[in-house]
Design a protein around this ligand. Structure first.
Ligand code: PMP
Length: 464
């Protein structure tokens, strides 16, 4: 059967106009739109087609949302089924068959130690709203207000709404060291660096004069995403579980980005085998549509009716798309697939280091992959490492140049990390071997071009 190309959604000439109007009308706070000046009009799987007719391999995946890529048939079918059924699309938090099916599917995937005794709260649809809900829940349950969080963490952008509503409680965050191998805060790295980070945490919590407000909870990401793709060592995760359990501090796992197979296990906490008290979930659980929940041990369910309200907690399309996504990932072993393919991609990316001295470090877990770019000619940062070895400083201008060269070659990548010097790959879990090879080939090409580019330093002053 002859395959005919569908007609363009907008004439190619419209592309420039749309971008121009966007930059004239939209906020200075816009983010991805600055570094990725494309106008998506069609998408399927890994591929996005722009209004200019160009095709891109999308390794940003809606900031890690699209576990099955764009417009996966099982997701589209689930959405169509709800629309065709005549079911209401907006129902606040009322019970519906669609929500019932979503909750059943979600509970089937949770770590058994939690699923056996869990409650779920549907939140406003952003990850940050679920984070707020988690804090409120543990503060109510413990009667304490302090929070333990980690260096390099990212949990969202809300702060002012509660304050303006008069419902804000003073939250005092104690920031603890997150273990990092490459830029270890103690200059050591590895298991020893992680053990010292854990020891610091334990010591501080037990120091009566340590100045730590009584903690209502500890929040952590099993792999820090925005912070630069920093996987937490399994032993450190187990230690955090022990430390919190021994002191009756609820442990909150923020799995907004790591969930639904992304890291090579269905949930990021499964690598270490720990069972958190609260899990914060969003992004992939909505199958590309907005959805956020917290699931938590039922003993914590001590808040009052209406304690965490929100108009958009009943998005039926997102629940249907999400249930279909969760089931597809589970039934097709896509977490395992992410583990295998991710390992292969990490190995290939590491081997690029031999030809590209600007690659400082390659790290990740499953299909959550980061490549930290450095300036190998600059003096290393001061270190306390016993062998005096320290990584060269990060090179965000180089990272931006690589991102732009990737785009020129039809590859969309994200930047992250403390200095914006980590090139991040978050491809869909449905990535084929051939696509993985194409992604890495384009990235390798982009690295070579960026190394030669006169813009490598000129981009330094631009805002990401
Ligand atoms: N937690 C983590 C771990 C995230 O990665 C993000 C978003 N990148 C959030 C919370 C916030 O989610 P949202 O942008 O949907 O508010």
């Amino acid at each position: 059967m002859a395959v005919t190309e569908p007609a363009p959604v907008v004439p190619p000439s419209a592309h420039e106009g749309i971008l121009r109007r966007q930059s004239l009308r939209e906020s200075a706070a816009r983010t991805y739109a600055r570094s990725l000046p494309i106008v998506p009009v069609r998408a399927r799987g890994l591929t996005i087609e722009g209004a200019d007719g160009r095709r891109y391999l999308d390794c940003l995946s809606g900031a890690g949302t699209l576990a099955l890529g764009h417009n996966h048939p099982v997701v589209l079918e689930a959405i169509r089924k709800v629309i065709d059924s005549g079911a209401p699309l907006h129902v606040l938090d009322l019970a519906t068959p669609v929500k019932d099916a979503f909750t059943t599917e979600l509970f089937a995937t949770l770590p058994p130690g939690l699923a056996d005794n869990a409650r779920i709260q549907f939140c406003g649809p952003a990850g940050t709203d679920a984070v707020e809900a988690a804090f409120k829940l543990v503060r109510t349950a413990t009667g304490r207000s302090g929070l333990l969080a980690f260096t390099g963490a990212y949990h969202g952008m809300t702060a002012g709404a509660l304050e303006a509503s008069g419902g804000a409680q003073d939250i005092r965050v104690t920031r603890l060291p997150f273990p990092q191998d490459y830029r270890c805060p103690f200059g050591i790295g590895g298991e020893r660096g992680a053990a010292i980070a854990a020891h610091w945490t334990e010591h501080l919590l037990d120091d009566q004069k340590g100045g730590v407000p009584a903690p209502a909870g500890m929040i952590l990401e099993p792999v820090q995403g925005e912070g630069g793709v920093n996987p937490a060592p399994d032993s450190w995760m187990r230690r955090m579980r022990r430390i919190t359990e021994d002191r009756s501090i609820p442990l909150i796992a923020d799995e907004v980005q790591t969930g639904v197979g992304r890291t090579g296990a269905f949930w990021g906490v499964e690598h270490s085998g720990i069972v958190p008290d609260v899990m914060v979930l969003s992004k992939a659980i909505g199958g590309s549509l907005p959805l956020a929940v917290i699931v938590y041990r039922s003993e914590l369910d001590l808040w009052q009716p209406g304690a965490h309200a929100g108009t958009f907690r009943g998005n039926q399309l997102a629940m249907a798309a999400g249930a279909a996504t969760l089931a597809h990932v589970r039934e097709n072993g896509l977490a395992q697939r992410a583990a295998t393919l991710g390992e292969r991609m990490l190995t290939r990316l590491r081997s690029l280091g031999a030809h590209h001295p600007g690659i400082g470090n390659v790290r990740g877990r499953g299909l959550m992959i980061g490549m930290e770019l450095v300036d190998p000619e600059a003096a290393p940062l001061p270190t306390t490492a016993e062998d005096g070895a320290a990584p060269p400083p990060p090179d965000p201008a180089f990272a931006r140049a690589v991102q732009q060269e990737c785009l020129r070659r039809g590859l969309i990548v994200e930047l992250g990390g403390r200095h914006g010097a980590v090139v991040r790959l978050l491809p869909p879990l449905t990535l084929t071997d051939e696509q993985a090879t194409a992604v890495i080939d384009r990235l390798a090409d982009a690295l070579t071009a960026a190394e030669r580019s006169p813009n490598r330093r000129a981009a330094a002053g631009s805002i990401h």
